[in-house]
Design a protein around this ligand. Structure first.
Ligand code: GLU
Length: 478
């Protein structure tokens, strides 16, 4: 029987959920889905100074918003909890002691100053830093003496020379010369574990079969494998994803645009589009069709086909993709998502079905939901006429608007088809009598009712504004 696939994401709550972590989460989620496995969320908050509840909540909320719900985690529990490292502090010392007993680790009493000096010397000699092993061969008496002085030791893993080879699921065979690593700390002198140690103990106890994460962790992997081997534990399979770079090929950062999932959402990106977009950072659909929902992606996803190179985060492409999702989204859901962005307007004068129609007729050209603030303004407030002043003072408007106002007085607003036909007649009339092009006639009407020369379907605007409002707006131009 093959072993059950269990994957995890292990974000540190020292910032809001980064879009790169969302991609890591998605690839883990997809792999678990594909392999009928389990997907675990573990919060790595051993660095208590940098971790916060707000960031943790942001991580939960952002992952939920993306639909990347976990099978086990701090909030939902599971058989291998707790899933928050700060609640697991009593677990790590036992394993550190086990490594000491087996001769794989030792106590180190060096102070920060001692270590700084070692770093400086290495720097002067222009050689890569490695711990001097000053504390490796302390006698039990010497250790007892130091402890009696109140010095609390850290614990270091003893790295012996070995050529370490592993087969990365994404990058293929990787080789490391462990002599370059140096004896690294697994427990800090304050009794808390280092990242490399906690992650191994947790992955081991949580029976994680595959570790899929960003390649910024690749230099940690040999250290982690050494710990697994020393503990006689099964080493999980590793897969390291290429980095996500900004269009200028530097590290993606806030100066390029949003980087936190919650900021993208605030800017009016749809979670479906974000998820689809990040899936394409390293993965390509076999049929070349890029717009795919998460189930379609899962069906087509093969971990071995993930690109091993870095991906460029093209904001332009995300905008395009978001626009595609906005165009196709179920109108009721889109309206639910859009309304919070329109909270500066009094939307209460419209019924729900009218609001849905407003969104329906304005969604076509927009790329993010925040675009709706501008594009729906004239439905909720008096139009701003700055852009169309000239047009409204021109001859066409002077002829068309009074005539149109007269017509509207007699429109039956319950009969949309009739309004449609009457508008057509009006265009024909002005073409035949005045030689105005149909669009020139409509521009005048649009300018008077919306303050714009472009926008939603005119018939919809007239019907949605209603007779009183249309007449009121036209009366300004008589
Ligand atoms: N806490 C680590 C991070 O936030 C997780 C690394 C890992 O997946 O092993 O990057």
């Amino acid at each position: 029987m093959t072993e059950k696939v269990r994957v995890r994401i292990a974000p540190s709550p020292s910032g809001n959920l980064h879009i790169g972590t969302a991609r890591t989460a998605l690839f883990n989620y997809l792999f678990a889905k594909k392999m009928n496995g389990e997907y675990v969320l573990r919060i790595e908050d051993t660095d208590l100074d940098r971790s916060s509840e707000d960031f943790k909540q942001n991580i939960f909320d952002s992952l939920h918003a993306l639909g990347l719900d976990w099978d086990e985690g701090p909030d939902v529990g599971g058989p291998y909890g707790p899933y928050k490292q700060s609640e697991r502090f009593d677990i790590y010392p036992k394993f550190a002691q086990m490594l000491i007993d087996k001769g794989y680790a030792y106590e180190c009493f060096c102070s920060n100053e001692d270590l700084d000096k070692e770093h400086e010397i290495a720097k002067e000699k222009k050689i890569p830093y490695k711990y001097s092993r000053k504390c490796l061969n302390l006698t039990p008496e010497e250790r007892a003496e130091l402890k009696a002085k109140g010095i609390k030791p850290s614990i270091r893993f003893k790295v012996d020379y070995k050529e370490l080879v592993f087969n990365d699921l994404v990058k293929g065979e990787l080789k490391f010369d462990t002599s370059l690593i140096g004896d690294f700390a697994i427990m800090k002198s304050n009794g808390t574990p280092t990242y490399n140690f906690a992650v191994v103990i947790d992955d081991m106890l949580m029976k994680i079969s595959h570790v899929i994460r960003g390649e910024d962790h690749i230099s940690n992997t040999p250290k982690q494998i050494l710990i697994y081997e020393a503990l006689d534990a099964q080493v999980p399979k590793f897969g390291h994803l290429g980095m996500i770079l900004a269009p200028d090929r530097s590290k993606l950062s806030k100066r390029h645009g949003a980087t936190a999932v919650s900021d993208f959402i605030k800017q009016g990106y749809l979670t479906e589009a974000l998820l689809n977009f990040v899936a394409l950072l390293g993965w390509a659909p076999s049929d070349g069709v890029e717009i795919k929902n998460v189930n379609e992606i899962a069906a087509d996803f093969r971990i071995g086909e993930i690109s091993s190179s870095n991906s460029i985060f093209e904001y332009e492409k995300l905008n395009w993709m978001n626009g595609q999702y906005i165009k196709k989204m179920d109108i009721s859901r889109l309206t639910d998502l859009a309304l919070p962005f329109l909270n500066m307007y009094d939307t209460s004068k419209f019924s729900r079905s009218q609001l849905e129609r407003i969104i329906e007729v304005t969604r076509e050209p927009i790329t993010v939901l925040t675009d709706l603030v501008h594009d729906t303004q004239y439905f909720f407030e008096k139009p701003v006429y700055d852009e169309v002043k000239e047009l409204l003072e021109g001859e066409i408007a002077k002829n068309v608007l009074p005539y149109f106002k007269n017509e509207v007085e007699n429109y039956d607003f319950n009969n949309e088809q009739e309004i449609h036909d009457k508008l057509a007649d009006l265009r024909t009339y002005f073409k035949e009598q005045f030689g105005y092009k149909p669009k020139e006639t409509m521009w005048a009407i649009r300018a008077a009712l919306t303050g714009r020369t472009r926008g939603a379907d005119m018939l919809a605007i007239i019907v949605l504004l209603g007779k009183d409002e249309v007449l009121k707006r036209l009366s300004n131009f008589m």
